[in-house]
Design a binder for this molecule. Structure first.
Ligand SMILES: Cc1ncc(COP(=O)(O)O)c(C=O)c1O
Length: 383
């Protein structure tokens, strides 16, 4: 299989271990094991700690433990543990689904810009990929009227991602329903990458129910990476019809086989305490959103954005003449700040920002970006 380089990942890996102020990250500030144990009531905390630290570091049940799949299934309607396959992050969930559902020559529709996996893997399989564009002149909204013109009797799959990486766009419950109906009218599946599920933004768009709930052609992909701040556990999942989940499991036997036992156990702990995790997320998101809004007001002559309507990500448009890779490299190398180049998503003169970072780091990252702008003589705080 020939596959295009994953542009954003190539760029992120160059700097992510060197840069102090990473405000490009797509997830919420990671939790520690101590944070997770701290969510446990005092009466049971010591027992849970003994359970976790005494656990043999073996393989978990291949599909993910029954306890974990049960907890995940409870977050959907009409869902049993047999409808869930635990995977190595959402990235493996998407990869398995593409490979189980698609053949060379199949027509699929994928969003653009996007998390590159969502169109590059189908392309590598040999599919005919139509790009459903989120356009800056339309405030990066998903245009349902445009989708209607793209669906054909040959369409095998519609891919959506809401909240959307990198624009922060959202699909409403009515739009989810309409997409499902369109797919159903030609017998296509809908793969809904819900990596940013549960990440609500103040003043944003209310979340639609997961695509799985819409019916047997609805497939939801989830992860603990973004909303739980647990990317290192590499725990994602597929929620879908039992036969398809079973088929994906069959393919996974050849790739990663099973989750790690301790990762599975920590995932169970995180899901049990998810209201506590989401409370923490809300405080981080509110602080960073306010800080970013103020900063953009101060730099309104050179920077603008559409704040995320859900999730953590948005594109910053800048008005001065410098390619985004050059600006992002300069920020990383000279100011120790990571803001991702828009060109990695096919959008020049944009940088992608994430509002999930620790608020003091986030504020300092923006202050250093101001310094970079001032040094480039394109604007300074208060301009
Ligand atoms: C839209 C989207 N899907 C999937 C993933 C993969 O997430 P993970 O494999 O960490 O669960 C990402 C990561 O950035 C993403 O942005």
């Amino acid at each position: 299989m020939r596959i295009e380089p994953f542009q954003l990942e190539r760029w992120m890996t160059t700097y992510e271990t060197q840069v102090r102020y990473d405000i490009a990250e797509s997830g919420i500030l990671p939790l520690t094991t101590a944070d997770l144990l701290g969510f446990e009531p005092p009466a049971t905390r010591a027992d849970v700690m003994t359970h976790i630290t005494g656990m043999q570091l073996g393989y978990s049940e291949a599909r993910g433990s029954l306890e974990l799949r049960t907890l995940l299934a409870e977050t959907y309607q009409n869902c049993t543990p047999d409808n869930i396959l635990v995977t190595t992050g959402a990235i493996e969930a998407n990869f398995l689904l593409f490979h189980m559902l698609l053949n060379p020559g199949d027509h699929i529709i994928a969003p653009y810009p996007a998390y590159q996996q969502l169109y590059s893997v189908p392309r590598a399989i040999g599919c005919d990929v139509s790009m459903w564009r989120l356009r800056p002149e339309k405030q990066f909204c998903y245009d349902l009227a445009e989708l209607e013109t793209m669906v054909t009797p040959r369409t095998r799959l519609i891919v959506v991602n809401s909240p959307h990486n990198p624009t922060g766009a959202m699909l409403t419950a009515e739009e989810f329903q309409r997409i499902y109906q369109l797919a159903d009218s030609v017998g296509a599946y809908v793969l809904s990458d819900e990596a940013y599920r549960w990440l609500e933004v103040p003043g944003g768009t209310p979340f639609a129910p997961p695509m799985y709930n819409m019916g047997p052609l609805g497939l939801s992909v989830g992860t603990l990476s973004k909303p739980f701040g647990l990317p290192g556990l590499r725990i994602g999942w597929i929620a879908g019809p039992a036969e398809l989940v079973q088929a994906c499991w069959g393919m996974r036997d050849y790739v990663t086989l099973s989750p790690g036992k301790i990762n599975d156990a920590l995932a169970v702990l995180a899901l049990k305490h998810r209201e506590r995790v989401f409370e923490r997320n809300r405080a981080i998101i509110a602080a960073n959103l306010e800080c970013a809004t103020r900063w953009i007001e101060q730099h309104s002559t050179v920077v603008s954005w559409l704040p995320p309507r859900g999730g953590l990500l948005a594109l910053l448009r800048y008005s001065f003449a410098m390619p985004s890779y050059e600006l992002a490299n300069r920020l990383a190398e000279q100011y120790s700040v990571m803001l991702a180049p828009g060109a990695a998503f096919g959008f020049e003169n944009y940088l992608r920002i994430g509002i999930g970072q620790e608020p003091a780091i986030f504020a300092e990252g923006l202050a250093r970006t101001s310094q970079c702008f001032a040094d480039l003589e394109v604007g300074s705080p208060g301009d």
